[in-house]
Design a protein around this ligand. Structure first.
Ligand SMILES: [Zn+2]
Length: 242
């Protein structure tokens, strides 16, 4: 029940931040010296979706009643809160109308082929592009395009959308594809692990998929899409175990 109310408050707060008008529903609106916080000072808790001043978010998360796992580090808690807002469109423009800077510096220069076509039409991959662009900026354009292409290649190998990949039905198939792209040799290493000729590819893809799963989770919260949120959670849980 609390979660439902928080989800309503979360979406209300996102609307306030997007429109720049209205009042946030948040933990504490006034600091110790009696000054009002700015809306931009707040971040949502990734567990309960309540809004807290970013400096107090950490302390809240350690005692948040919506979860039993205790976060390890302040940066992770803030990063998760930021991602929830970003993916909802706060600060980076909305997914529906792709950020013109993103299009100009990252998407338009992509050479025309299957991969670039896939990147442009896959909703989750475009969100991934926006999150990368917001973090790395146009100086890292080539790096960003490289990450997008790797991920697109993985999806195209299996004929799946990113939404399919971050879900329960294709997990084994995706693991198989990542192993292929990492150049599985069929031999064993000295400590009897499977050997790969390009292990860094697998590691990178693993990181990208984890980030995309977090994006799917964040977007599903904003869209009130219970099924997608669950699929993303399941994916994250399975990958954390492996
Ligand atoms: Zn919380």
């Amino acid at each position: 029940m609390d979660r439902l109310r928080n989800l309503g408050d979360f979406n209300h707060n996102v609307d306030v931040l997007l429109s720049g008008s209205g009042t946030l529903v948040a933990g504490r609106m006034i600091n110790r010296s009696g000054q009002e916080y700015f809306a931009a000072d707040f971040l949502p808790c990734k567990y309960c979706l309540g809004f807290f001043n970013r400096k107090e978010l950490w302390r809240h998360a350690r005692h948040c009643e919506a979860t039993d796992d205790k976060p390890f580090c302040e940066k992770d808690v803030q990063a998760a809160g930021k991602l929830l807002l970003q993916v909802a469109g706060v600060g980076i423009g909305c997914f529906a109308s792709a950020d013109p800077e993103l299009v100009k510096y990252i998407i338009a220069p992509l050479q025309q082929d299957n991969e670039s076509e896939f990147i442009k039409t896959d909703r989750l991959l475009m969100l991934f592009a926006q999150v990368l662009f917001a973090r790395l900026g146009r100086e890292r354009a080539a790096d960003i395009r490289g990450r997008l292409r790797y991920t697109a290649r993985l999806a195209l190998n299996d004929g799946l959308s990113m939404d399919d990949i971050i879900g329960p039905d294709h997990f084994d198939q995706v693991v198989r594809a990542v192993r292929d792209m990492s150049g599985e040799t069929g031999s064993k290493t000295l400590n009897s692990c499977d050997e790969f000729s390009m292990p860094h590819v697998g590691l990178k893809l693993g990181q990208f998929l984890k980030k995309i799963a977090q994006i799917k989770h964040s977007r599903a919260i904003r869209d009130r899409d219970v099924q997608r949120r669950q699929d993303a959670d399941d994916f994250l849980q399975v990958t954390e175990g492996s």
